[in-house]
Design a protein around this ligand. Structure first.
Ligand SMILES: *[C@@H]1O[C@H](CO)[C@@H](O)[C@H](O)[C@H]1NC(C)=O
Length: 108
């Protein structure tokens, strides 16, 4: 019991250090929580100009990052900008991280 308790405490401490300290992590990655895989929505072709419709880019990103549900999950970082989109579904073990200055605009 004692070794396994110690092991659990050590694991929690390491996880906390990784999440909070974020070895080499950018503020966006730290904000994205403890997700192992972090991508920007621009990598999927999204444009944050307030005019481009980004529904397909968000859907592609969520579908792609959903592959990592069993591997500590994924985060999609939305940088500062105005991101017009229609509806898209989220998935499990997934963080949608809006950077300071990021706005999601719902299309009509
Ligand atoms: C989201 O998922 C629900 C349930 O599967 C589905 O009915 C809906 O059409 C999906 N919406 C989009 C935008 O994919």
């Amino acid at each position: 019991l004692v070794p396994s308790l110690l092991q659990a405490v050590l694991c929690a401490a390491v996880a906390l250090a990784l999440c909070v300290g974020g070895i080499g992590a950018t503020p966006a990655a730290r904000g994205a929580g403890c997700r192992k895989h972090v991508r920007r929505v621009t990598e999927y072709g999204a444009v944050g100009d307030g005019k481009t419709l980004n529904t397909a880019a968000f859907a592609r990103a969520v579908a792609d990052l959903g592959r990592y549900a069993g591997d500590r999950g994924a985060a999609l970082v939305v940088p500062a900008g105005r991101w017009l989109t229609g509806p898209f579904n989220l998935t499990s073990h997934f963080t949608l991280f809006l950077h300071r200055g990021a706005e999601i605009l719902a299309s009509q």
